[in-house]
Design a protein around this ligand. Structure first.
Ligand code: SAM
Ligand code: SF4
Length: 487
């Protein structure tokens, strides 16, 4: 087999040189995939299984884009594909468990089909202990790579395919950078939707909330330049994208560390000017960095959606301080009410953790009080999950599972009561809806999204997908609407 050491090991000094190297690697993998396809007389397929957040979803689109350029064809069934990549999440332990469950079931299949290639990437592979577990207990895994190495997939595949590790003759190819200042963004992408797309505006996180593993696995905060971002969004718009979701762990600190002087609000104003983009969303906003300038820009905008995700985590000032969140209960309420005051139709959603170390009934009362005062339109409620290496993991007073369960149920019931009322407040109105899909339960209906992020189902067909149409919101069903198209 040809030795590709020169291209695998060559040092690149600039992003352009790296892009060129990746293009050459794509060409090599494509040749190898074609050889196998000709030999076996069939298409060679891939499947990417994504766990976790929007950032991972976006990374998976990049992985799929590279794989398709390499000649792999998408296969819907994870267990039937020739190449499977697990893009993992490690924010909570249940995501880890789910992933190891999937990996376990793949072991038996890989015994029957040793040519199957199995890769693991994402946040879990950044954790040393998890990586060691994969290497020791799941030796059939061919490739492990980190969150900073997504762009490098084609080169890593050259290594996997040429070292014959898939036949058990070598070891797992492992490439996990602990950190990087490199942002290689112009690789191919296969978007899940033709009409909407995520756009990374920054990577990593510097906030070190005491319970959270993200800063350890995603590295330090790095913003992309506004020229890069606007260039990507303009290309997306030219390709038919109407809605962009700007992605970052804390978009409100966008611009820090860049040579250009720019705030997140100013970036939004630039995005607003891109022709063809009708809707702009973003996530996530850390309350400590949300500026008045951003509220003003949102209030004046015709394109920025009427939705803000503003994670609260806890309503107790004492717990917030221990969490290292840098705001108090009162500051959060004041901020949320100012946003509601300036942008009356806005939906405010949030994340809430119950069971953080030392949390008492009084702390839960505070959280419930904030839910009532802010009247959240929706909330992701999480049970605290101990993450090794974070400060909260070694705190005394870890709360017992039965107490957490009672408190979690209290919080969830309150969120549901309030958000159902909130959803009903627009019943009867006519609003614009971006049509996203055929309804899964009833194919005579389509499903679309309001600016405030609620779903609406209404009679329609395939031809509406990707269009923005006016829909009368006839009946609120709690978390979604049944409507009818007006125009
Ligand atoms: N950067 C975002 C922010 O600060 O709002 C959130 C990113 S994190 C992936 C999404 C949510 O997961 C957090 O808002 C938090 O509620 C939750 N989360 C993070 N670590 C957790 C843990 N150890 N246990 C339970 N939930 C956690
Ligand atoms: Fe985690 Fe806090 Fe960073 Fe969000 S801001 S990713 S919760 S450390």
């Amino acid at each position: 087999m040809t030795d590709y050491c020169d291209i695998i090991d060559i040092k690149t000094n600039t992003d352009e040189e790296e892009l060129e190297r990746q293009r050459r690697c794509i060409g090599i993998v494509k040749g190898l995939v074609k050889e196998r396809s000709d030999r076996e007389g069939r298409d060679i397929t891939y499947h990417v299984t994504t766990f976790g957040c929007q950032m991972n979803a976006r990374d998976s689109e990049k992985l799929s884009g590279i794989l398709e350029q390499c000649g792999f064809l998408y296969e819907d069934d994870e267990l039937a594909a020739d190449l499977v990549i697990y893009n993992t999440c490690t924010v909570r332990d249940n995501a880890n468990q789910k992933f190891f469950g999937h990996l376990g079931s793949l072991g038996a299949i890989k015994k029957r089909r040793p040519d199957m290639i199995v890769g693991v990437c994402g946040c879990l592979s950044q954790e040393k202990s998890a990586r060691e577990k994969i290497l020791a207990s799941y030796p059939f895994v061919d490739l492990v790579f980190g969150t900073h190495n997504v762009f490098d997939l084609a080169r890593l595949l050259v290594m996997v395919l040429t070292r014959e590790v898939t036949k058990g003759k070598g070891s797992t190819v492992t490439q996990v950078w602990e950190a990087t200042d490199r942002i290689v963004e112009d690789m191919p992408v296969k978007r899940n939707y033709t009409f909407k797309s995520g756009v990374n505006i920054m990577f990593g996180c510097n906030n070190f909330c005491s319970y959270c593993i993200v800063p350890y696995v995603r590295g330090r905060e790095r913003s992309r330049t506004s020229d890069d971002i606007i260039g990507e969004i303009s290309r997306l718009a030219a390709d038919g994208v109407k809605e962009v979701m700007l992605l970052g762990q804390n978009v409100n600190s966008y611009g820090r560390g860049l040579d250009e002087k720019i705030t997140f609000a100013q970036l939004l104003q630039k995005v607003e000017k891109v022709d063809g983009i009708d809707r702009i969303r973003f996530m996530t906003s850390h309350p400590k960095d949300l500026s008045d300038e951003l509220i003003d820009v949102m209030a004046a905008s015709k394109k920025i959606c009427r939705h803000i995700h503003l994670p609260l985590q806890s309503g107790s000032t004492r717990i917030l301080e221990s969490m290292n969140r840098h705001y108090t209960k009162e500051q959060y309420i004041d901020l949320a009410l100012r946003i509601r005051d300036r942008i009356p139709d806005i939906a405010i959603t949030t994340d809430i953790i119950t069971g953080y170390p030392g949390e008492t009934d009084a702390d839960i009362d505070d959280t419930i009080d904030v839910i009532e005062k802010v009247a959240f339109d929706g909330a992701f409620t999480f049970i605290y999950s101990k993450r090794a290496g974070t400060p909260a993991a070694s705190m005394p007073d870890q709360v017992s599972a039965d107490v957490v369960k009672v408190n979690f149920d209290r919080v969830l019931a309150k969120v549901q009561e309030i958000s159902t009322k909130q959803a009903a407040r627009i019943e009867g109105r006519v609003m614009d809806v971006l049509v996203e899909d055929i309804n899964r339960q009833d194919p005579s209906l389509v499903t679309g999204r309001l600016s405030n992020n609620l779903n609406v189902h209404f009679p329609g067909d395939q031809s509406l997908i990707g269009k923005i149409v006016d829909v009368k919101l006839n009946e609120c069903k709690g978390f979604y609407y049944i409507g009818e198209r007006i125009r």
